[in-house]
Design a binder for this molecule. Structure first.
Ligand code: NAD
Length: 491
C-alpha cells in the first residue's frame, strides 16, 4: 500500500510551498490519494519565471562541456533510480511496469545522454560572401527562458524531450506538468537538481488546472514577457490557444494525432494485425501516435479483422504492477468518458463491437477499459474525427488505394501514419501522399527513436516544430549571423 506524500514546487534552487493551499492526486490503479500537492498560482509561476530569467546569463555562459557533464550526470542518476521511478510511474499514470514504465525511464535517461553528446557537436557554418573580404558566420545561441508544459501520458519521457535539449542549448526552464502526474515531475526534477545544475536553471511549478479547467499557471508561462519560448505537448485545441496567447514567442508544439494504420491487400496480415494491436493498446491507447484508425483494403478486410481480434485477446488487462499485464487502467475519468462517448456514437451510426467496448468489472477503479475492437467504422463517426485516446482499434474499410489515402488524409491531424504492403512502389507512393510528419512502412504507428525528428506536418493541427535529438536543440536556439569584414584598416 502507498502512503500519501506531500510534494513541493522547485523555484530558484529551493523546494517550496504555495501560498494557496493544496490539491490531491489519486492513483488510477486503486483510487487512493497518493500526493498532496501545492496549488500553484500565477504568483508562483511569476516567481519561477523570475528565477529562470535571473539564471539565464549564467546558463548562456556555461561552457558546453560543463553542460554536457551535468546532463550525463542526470542520465546516470535516472538510471540508478530506474526501478523506483518506474514503479511510481505505474502507480501515478497507470502504465504496465515491466513493458512500458521501465522502458520509459530508460528512454528518459537516453534523452539526457543524447542532448549531452549533441551539444558538443553542434557546429555552425561559414558561408561564402559576395565580397571576398567578408566572412559570414552562422552559429546558435540560447533563447533564454523556455517554458515546458506537458501532458499526463508520458510523464517522464515528454518533459525530458524538452528539458534536456533546452539545458544543452544553454536555456533555463520553467516546467509545468499536467496536474495528473505531478509526482513523476517532482522525481524528474530531483534527478536534475541532484546532478548539480545551479539554482534557477530548472524550476517546477504545479497547477490544478486540469481538474478545474482554469489554467492560470500555464497561461502565465505562455504570456509572461520574460519567457522567450514555449514547448508544449497537449491537445490540438490547447496548442491553438497557446499559439494565440504566446504572440511572438518561439513555439514548439506537439499536439494530437489520428494516426491511420493502413493495411493494403498485399500485406503480411499477421504482421499488420500484431502491429495494429500494439499501436492501439499500448499505454491503454493513450498515445498521440496510436492507431486511432485502422484502414483496411476491402479484399483483405474479413481475414484481417479475424486476426486483429485474436491479437487483441492477448492483451491482458489488470493491475500494471502485476507480471504479465499488458494494459493498465486509463489515467483519468474525462479521458475514459470520451472513449464511452466515441463507442456510443459509433454504435448509433452502425459500427459493431467485436471485442470489449466497455469498462471492466471487478477492479478498484472504473478506469480499467477492456481492449476493444470496433469494425464497420465510417467517416461520419467520432472515431474518424477526434482522438479516442483509449484502448480501442476502430477498423474502417477502403476499396482502392486512392480511397484509402483520401480517408487517411481527411482529418485535421497529420502526425504519424503506418502502411503495410509488400510492394515497394506502393510504399513510396503512400509515404509521399500521406499528410503526416512521419510515415512508417511495415511498422506500428508507435515506432519512434529518440534521435529522429518527430512532429506534425505543416498546415494541419498536430503541432509545429520537431522534437527529437539535435532537432530540438536547433528549435531551442536562435540562429546568430555575424558578418565580418576582414580588412580592419582604412583603405
Ligand atoms: P492538454 O492539452 O489537456 O494538456 C497539456 C498540458 O497543457 C497540461 O500541462 C495542461 O495543464 C496544459 N494546459 C492546458 N490548457 C492550457 C492553457 N490554456 N495554457 C497553458 N497550458 C495549458 O492535454 P492532455 O490531456 O494532458 O494530453 C493529451 C493530449 O496530448 C492528446 O491530444 C495527445 O495526442 C497529445 N500528445 C501529443 C504528443 C505529441 O508528441 N504530438 C505526445 C503526447 C500527447
Amino acid at each position: 500500500m502507498e502512503t500519501t506524500k506531500t510534494l513541493k514546487m522547485f523555484i530558484a534552487g529551493e523546494w517550496v510551498d504555495s501560498q494557496s493551499g493544496e490539491f490531491n492526486v489519486t492513483s488510477p490503479v486503486d483510487g487512493k490519494v497518493i500526493y498532496k500537492v501545492p496549488r500553484g498560482t500565477r504568483e508562483d509561476a511569476k516567481r519561477a519565471i523570475d528565477a529562470a530569467y535571473e539564471a539565464k546569463e549564467e546558463a548562456r555562459r556555461m561552457p558546453v562541456y560543463e553542460r554536457a557533464k551535468l546532463l550525463h550526470r542526470v542520465a546516470q542518476i535516472i538510471s540508478s533510480r530506474r526501478e523506483e521511478l518506474a514503479r511510481q510511474l505505474s502507480i501515478e499514470q497507470g502504465k504496465p511496469y515491466a513493458t512500458e514504465a521501465l522502458p520509459e525511464i530508460d528512454e528518459t535517461a537516453e534523452n539526457f545522454r543524447i542532448a549531452a553528446e549533441d551539444i558538443k557537436r553542434l557546429d555552425g557554418r561559414i558561408m561564402p560572401s559576395r565580397d571576398p573580404q567578408k566572412l559570414i558566420l552562422i552559429s546558435y545561441e540560447p533563447y533564454g527562458v523556455f517554458s515546458v508544459i506537458t501532458p499526463w501520458n508520458y510523464p517522464f519521457l515528454i518533459p525530458s524531450e524538452y528539458i534536456a535539449p533546452a539545458l544543452a542549448a544553454g536555456n533555463t526552464v520553467v516546467f509545468k506538468p499536467s496536474s495528473y502526474v505531478v509526482g513523476s515531475a517532482a522525481m524528474l526534477v530531483e534527478c536534475i537538481q541532484s546532478a548539480g545544475f545551479p539554482p534557477g536553471f530548472v524550476n517546477l511549478v504545479f497547477s490544478d488546472g486540469d481538474f478545474t479547467g482554469r489554467e492560470e499557471v500555464g497561461d502565465e508561462l505562455v504570456t509572461n514577457s520574460k519567457v522567450a519560448g514555449v514547448g508544449l505537448t497537449g491537445h490540438s485545441s490547447t496548442g491553438e490557444i497557446v499559439s494565440k496567447r504566446a504572440r511572438m514567442k518561439k513555439l514548439l508544439l506537439e499536439c494530437g494525432g489520428l494516426g491511420p494504420l493502413i493495411v493494403l491487400d498485399d500485406s503480411d496480415l499477421g504482421r499488420a494485425a500484431y502491429a495494429a494491436a500494439l499501436s492501439s493498446f499500448s499505454n491503454a491507447g493513450q498515445v498521440c501516435c496510436a492507431a486511432e484508425r485502422v484502414i483496411v483494403h476491402e479484399r483483405v478486410y474479413e481475414q484481417f479483422v479475424e486476426r486483429l481480434v485474436s491479437e487483441a485477446k492477448k492483451w491482458k488487462l489488470g493491475n500494471p504492477l502485476e507480471e504479465g499485464v499488458m494494459v493498465g487502467p486509463m489515467n483519468n475519468e474525462p479521458t475514459a468518458s470520451k472513449v464511452d462517448e466515441h463507442i456510443k456514437d459509433g454504435l448509433n451510426k452502425g459500427a459493431k463491437v467485436l471485442l470489449g467496448g466497455k469498462r471492466a468489472e471487478g477492479f478498484p477503479t472504473r478506469l480499467y477499459y477492456e481492449p476493444t475492437v470496433v469494425v464497420d467504422v465510417t467517416r461520419d463517426m467520432l472515431f474518424n474525427q477526434d482522438e479516442t485516446f483509449g484502448p480501442v482499434a476502430p477498423v474502417m474499410m477502403g476499396s482502392s488505394d486512392s480511397e484509402i489515402l483520401e480517408i487517411a488524409n481527411s482529418t485535421i491531424y497529420g502526425l504519424q501514419a503506418a502502411v503495410f504492403t509488400r510492394d515497394i512502389g506502393r510504399a513510396f507512393r503512400f509515404s509521399r501522399e500521406l499528410k503526416a510528419g512521419q510515415v512508417l512502412i511495415n511498422e506500428s504507428t508507435l515506432y519512434w527513436e529518440p534521435q529522429e525528428p518527430f512532429g506534425g506536418i505543416g498546415g494541419k493541427k498536430s503541432g509545429v516544430g520537431r522534437l527529437g535529438g539535435v532537432y530540438t536543440i536547433y528549435e531551442m536556439s536562435n540562429i546568430k549571423t555575424v558578418v565580418i569584414h576582414t580588412i580592419t584598416n582604412s583603405p
